[in-house]
Ligand binder design. Structure first.
Ligand SMILES: *[C@@H]1O[C@H](CO)[C@@H](O)[C@H](O)[C@H]1NC(C)=O
Ligand SMILES: *[C@@H]1O[C@H](CO)[C@@H](O)[C@H](O)[C@H]1NC(C)=O
Ligand SMILES: *[C@@H]1O[C@H](CO)[C@@H](O)[C@H](O)[C@H]1NC(C)=O
Ligand SMILES: *[C@@H]1O[C@H](CO)[C@@H](O)[C@H](O)[C@H]1NC(C)=O
Length: 745
């Protein structure tokens, strides 16, 4: 859009706003102007008087993931934003927008990311600007938006809302969101509104440093947050740095440099397939984040019936059949591959798949006494008695399913137009007595799991000989070592833990088949420590627990470190990647190692993004062969930005990981530094997991011109990229809670 056109449109919008007034949704006593509550699982009182501004407020008590969801009779597109008063525990609720006509769904905004002032005992006024949603500043974008939902998180929520109003205009005051030193002589300033850079002053140890130039960028996906790079006339150095402009003043204590070195002669190959996600939402997402591999996986695909594209959601949602949200698997592979990503397909390997788009396993009419029913489909229950035991008798599988076997799978795989690069033999099959209790209530044993893996791997290799087979996609640390039955099953197998046993058995089966049946040992890895509190201590724990991926001296700070039942060496340390490389070398050499589900533990928090950047660095350094995130992180959120950092929009970290040494004690708790080379060009990713700036003296990093990209900062929002000149690598500054990518030009 040209500047003139933009100005004209803006003027038109302002003119329109003059004749339109704000719209009240709730003031006292009831919803007005045609708004309705389409919420679920929530006890709502529209005339609560226990905490109210005016005569009453809305009080809501929601079950886990239940919501107050207010529906407008018209779309919200002509409004600038929404305003409300809320009293709530900010950690218990997220806000989102929906469109009824087009099924539009916005990113979820945690209340904690909106304002730190929000609390359960008094009302806090919140304004959400539709052009700049918190926390990233992305616009709400196109959609037939007509619903706003306050949704409880996993522990439920009890809260009050009052004075809910649509706004016709919002004035964005010029404001510095952050101003932070970066590399050896730059300041990155993120702003809202129209900021005058003529007023910026920078001092270091009371000496003014002039800015010799400034370049301003408007990130296309978050245009409300512009970023300006100020080039300083002299280098940063230890001491006190102040930056001020208008009403903003930021001050930093720049520390002495930590010593580090990069040795480009010591290399490990980095697999390009570690930068994957599950279920990328679009081709543009694949490009923007640089997603190299995409997985069709998760609980629901266990019951995927390619004849109709039906699935069953299992115990994730009342054992209901539906048409799969991603549609047809073959077509999905087609667009995913056309977008430049490899495709990973899951083959169901139980005896049943969904028969239609609407049946379910536990109708109230058959099983009246159940713990929970679907609020949207009140006849569908969760298959549990109120005391948590399974209802009896077990349902007839044919009520929701149709038989499935290798003949059906052969027919499907042979007819594919778009062939997957990888197939998985089912998903977390060891917990099927729980996730799919309606069709496989028996506890999975070592022997049954192996039988199914061998049958379907054999079939896949016959039909798609070029495709890599990955299995068994075990869900967690506990089940790496035992079966659904538990340790009596280990005892029946010579006390050999499950995955080492499985590898040995797959080697034997491959030898008798005369070909390799298992190319990748696949696991899911979810960090075990409890970090739900998200306070300073748990953020620090989240940021250091990445050590579980590689460090033999890191005893896991969870049950895994204290309740050791496995028979593995050093069994209280997870030590994940080296452990599995060794396990493979001992039991089935030549097998590759993949992690098809893993997650940051806090997708909307900057610390979750830093964990992700750290993990991607570690996967490269320690030689994971393929990995896909669960599921598809918000492209503008911290986790999406971590993918963008390494691979976004054509950027390339490098194919060879090179050695990095840091001399600081416990460096891995607070820093992640990764380096790679490609065509003799060096790339370095530096992740500062600390709450204060880091300065590094990285020997053997050549000075010169570098492409730089970064995200994070104390406010969690700065992101963008430019070209800088590194005059010296003896003092490279990385702000608190920030990840920086540098690549030699
Ligand atoms: C900077 O100025 C302040 C106030 O005048 C003074 O207290 C401080 O010691 C000075 N710092 C340096 C590094 O000179
Ligand atoms: C739950 O109730 C059922 C039926 O009364 C009973 O058979 C079962 O043992 C109970 N389960 C538990 C865990 O108490
Ligand atoms: C799969 O089921 C079909 C239909 O019952 C049957 O004809 C076929 O032989 C079965 N395939 C295998 C491998 O058992
Ligand atoms: C940086 O490290 C090198 C040795 O690798 C050393 O010679 C140099 O003095 C250090 N510079 C600073 C500013 O600490």
């Amino acid at each position: 859009m040209s500047a003139t056109l933009a100005t004209t449109l803006f003027a038109l919008l302002v003119a329109a706003a003059v004749v339109k007034s704000d719209q009240d949704i709730y003031i006292d006593g009831q919803l007005i102007n045609g708004w309705q509550n389409w919420g679920w699982g929530t006890v709502v009182n529209f005339a609560a008087t226990d905490l109210a501004i005016g005569s009453s407020s809305i009080s809501a008590v929601s079950d886990a993931y239940a919501a107050v969801s207010l529906k407008s009779p018209a779309t919200l597109s002509s409004y600038a934003g929404i305003k409300f008063d809320i009293a709530a525990d900010p950690a218990s609720i997220q806000l989102s927008f929906q469109g009824t006509a087009d099924d539009a769904q916005s990113a979820s905004i945690p209340l904690s990311a909106i304002s730190t002032a929000i609390n359960p005992t008094t009302f806090t006024t919140v304004i959400i600007n539709f052009c700049a949603l918190p926390p990233n500043g992305a616009p709400l974008g196109a959609g037939a938006w007509d619903r706003v939902s306050w949704q409880a998180l996993g522990s439920g929520a009890s809260y009050h809302l009052d004075n809910i109003q649509l706004l016709t205009s919002i004035e964005v005051a010029a404001e510095f969101l952050s101003a932070e030193p970066i590399t050896s002589d730059y300041i990155a300033v993120t702003t809202k509104g129209d900021v005058d850079f003529g007023t910026v002053t920078v001092t270091l140890n009371n000496q003014t440093i002039a800015a010799t130039s400034h370049d301003t960028y408007v990130p296309p996906d978050t245009p409300s947050r512009t970023i300006t790079y100020l080039k300083l006339e002299s280098s940063l150095a230890p001491g006190t740095l102040t930056i001020s402009a208008g009403s903003l003043t930021a001050s930093y204590s720049l520390p002495p440099a930590q010593q580090g070195s990069v040795t480009t002669s010591v290399t490990t190959e980095i697999s390009p397939l570690i930068y994957g996600v599950n279920w990328p939402p679009s081709a543009s997402y694949i490009t923007q984040l640089g997603v190299t591999i995409s997985r069709w996986g998760g609980n629901a695909v266990t019951a995927y019936n390619p004849d109709g594209d039906f699935t069953n959601s299992g115990n994730d949602w009342f054992f209901e059949n539906r048409v799969h949200g991603a549609g047809n698997a073959d077509e999905w592979m087609g667009w995913v591959k056309a977008a430049g990503s490899q495709a990973m397909m899951t083959i169901p390997a139980l005896d049943w798949v969904a028969k239609d788009d609407h049946s379910y396993s536990y109708p109230k009419s058959l099983y009246p006494n159940q713990q929970k029913f679907d609020p949207y489909k009140t006849d569908a229950g969760n298959g549990l008695l109120p005391n948590g035991s399974f209802v009896q008798p077990a349902p007839d599988p044919t009520s929701a399913y149709t038989p499935w076997n290798t003949t059906a799978a052969r027919k499907w795989l042979s007819g594919l137009v778009n062939k997957p690069e990888f197939v998985f033999v089912d998903n977390e099959i060891e917990i099927t007595a729980n996730t799919h209790q309606d069709m496989h209530p028996e506890l999975m044993t070592y022997d049954e799991e192996l039988r199914r893996m061998v049958e379907y791997a054999t079939l896949a290799k016959e039909v798609l000989p070029e495709t890599k087979v990955a299995a068994p996609s075990t869900n967690s640390w506990w089940f790496y070592w035992t079966s659904g039955v538990g340790y009596s099953d280990n005892a029946a197998h010579g006390n050999v833990d499950f995955l080492p046993w499985f590898l040995g058995q797959m080697k034997t089966a491959s030898e008798s088949a005369g070909k390799r049946l298992l190319d990748y040992l696949d696991i899911h890895y979810y960090f075990q420590p409890d970090v739900t509190a998200n306070d300073d201590a748990t953020k620090a724990l989240r940021l250091r627990m990445t050590r579980s991926l590689w460090d033999p001296t890191y005893i896991d700070e969870s049950w895994a470190g204290s309740n050791v039942q496995n028979h593995q060496p050093n069994g209280a340390a997870i030590w994940l990647i080296p452990r599995f490389k060794q396990l493979i070398a001992d039991n089935y050499p030549g097998t590759k190692f993949s992690i098809s589900e893993w997650a940051s533990t806090a997708d909307a928090d900057i610390t979750g993004g830093l964990v992700t950047a750290d993990v991607l660095g570690l996967y490269g350094r320690y030689g994971v062969d393929a990995a896909t995130y669960w599921t598809n992180p918000d492209a503008q959120g911290p986790v999406g930005l971590a993918f963008w950092l390494y691979r976004g929009s054509g950027t390339y970290f490098g194919g060879s990981s090179v050695q990095v040494s840091l001399t600081a004690e416990n460096a891995a708790d607070t820093y992640g530094v990764y380096a790679a080379t490609e065509d003799d060009k060096l790339s370095v990713v530096i992740i500062n997991k600390d709450t204060k700036p880091l300065a590094l003296n990285l020997s053997d990093v050549p000075s010169g011109s570098y492409f730089i990209r970064h995200f994070g900062g104390a406010s969690g929002i700065a992101k963008w990229q430019t070209t800088v000149t590194l005059s010296s690598s003896q003092y490279i500054v990385v702000p608190a809670y920030t990840a920086v990518f540098l690549q030699q030009s």
